[in-house]
Design a protein around this ligand. Sequence first.
Ligand SMILES: [Zn+2]
Length: 155
Amino acid sequence: MHCQKARQAITLYLDKELEKAAENEFLGHIKFCVKCREEMEFRSRILKYVAIPEPIEPSPYFFSKVKAKIKSIEGHSIFSPARWQLTFASAGLFAIMALVPFVASIFLGNIYMSQTTDTALVSNQKTKTALGLDVFDELPPDSLGATYNEIIRGV
Ligand SMILES: [Zn+2]
């Protein structure tokens, strides 16, 4: 047996799927070929780590027990009045908490809007002065600034 064929046979040997003649041939090669023996030992060690444990079989009444438990839980939670009361109470509380900022913003907006309309002209003039925007208000009629103002204002 050549090394290439022996390497292919390693996995089959470890899985105990080699026929008797092939197994004897493989073992004969392994006995004298150090490299193939090392390769087999290496793969054997890996197989120990990745070995799949025995499948666990559920008890005969496992699924019927699970179904019964699910049914009992569904019966309790969905149709009990206490659960519905709690649900409606929390929904109502949530709605109120969502409405509070909305209503508050309407009231605050009304107050703000009434203040701004009353003092709009005054504060507009204050801002204009503070920022120096009234610099071009009183310019000689034929000056470049007055022409610029006419163009900007569309007068
Ligand atoms: Zn070999």
